[in-house]
Design a protein around this ligand. Sequence first.
Ligand code: ZN
Length: 384
Amino acid sequence: MNDKEFIVNKIKIRACNFYQNMLWQPPGKKARAYLIRRGVNFDTAKSLSIGYAPGEQSLRQHLEAMGLDISLALDSGLLRFDKNMNISDFFNDYIIFPIFQGSDIRTFTGRKVTTDPEERMKHLHLKRAQKQLYNYNIIEKSNVVMLVESPFNAISLIQWDYPAVATLGANSFNKAHAKLFSKKVIYIIYDNDENKSGQRAALKTAKILFSEEKINPYIVTMPVGVDINDYYLSHEKKDFMLEILSTKRRLTDIPEFKRWMIEETRKAFRPKYKVTKNTEDIALVQTIPIADIVRLFQISMTKYGDDYKAICPLPMHREKISSFTVYTQTNTIKCFGCGFFGDGIDFVMQMKNIGFIEAIKFLKGKFFLTHGKEKTNGYAGTEV
Ligand SMILES: [Zn+2]
């Protein structure tokens, strides 16, 4: 860390302390009342270092009084030039949520203290805040994480002792975030608004987790028009468990996601078929229903809607639960234990430890019987 970064960091710490002080002083009265309305306990507010920014030039004066370099405070974004070209505070009349990484303060996000529904700047993020997750320090400490939108939703769950992390704004979840969740059990709990924006954001987040980290999250939908914070205010934790969490579905059981996966699978496999010379053979073995290929290896499967589940038979994977899923519509297999994903050819390659061309020959031999020199055209459905 260079000198400048060191001072910017110091400014953030000073600002955080200032905001926290303000919350519990007379200027924070309105903000405290607002926190009560949103069901935030004062103990929680203290443990999460929540504060209040009165605004105008109050932070500026505080930093100046501490002898800190105001130009570097401009760098941090906490101070800015107002329309009269005076240096003043970025946050004016906002509840302040600091975002920590370890014990360092990364950035801040704010919620305007207002009940006016016309207010346009309800949520205000300091620069780069949208690239952060609120309360993400908890991820390291927990194997289960609940992913929600907005700090207030997260805080409601935290007060019910759930490990909750919030995205700041719809569609802010990215690949770098996904890495943090590797090998965790994830619940994505989204608001069910009329315009479906919560649903779209949840699905987008889920797709990133699925494609980057092979995570098959649980998806939980809130009742229409009731966000987690609303629900918290009028219910008990046991209601949340019985009414809300119990409706969880695996991402891979959601029709909209299945359709997306079919498209992705097609895209992923198209180039592979183009580069080989045996396109006719590949097309031929592709017509074999994948469940028949799995049955070839005496693997017992359980029907699961259109699909099948089984104990993963792959040599590299030993398991007791059925993570191995056979998708009949896409003719693909996905194992949520070892991460295997592929079509019948990929599956045979793994099972028999053979190459691509060999696997095609094997499948041709098993399913397309040759009678003398004549070949049948198409899948013969042979018993093995
Ligand atoms: Zn497996």
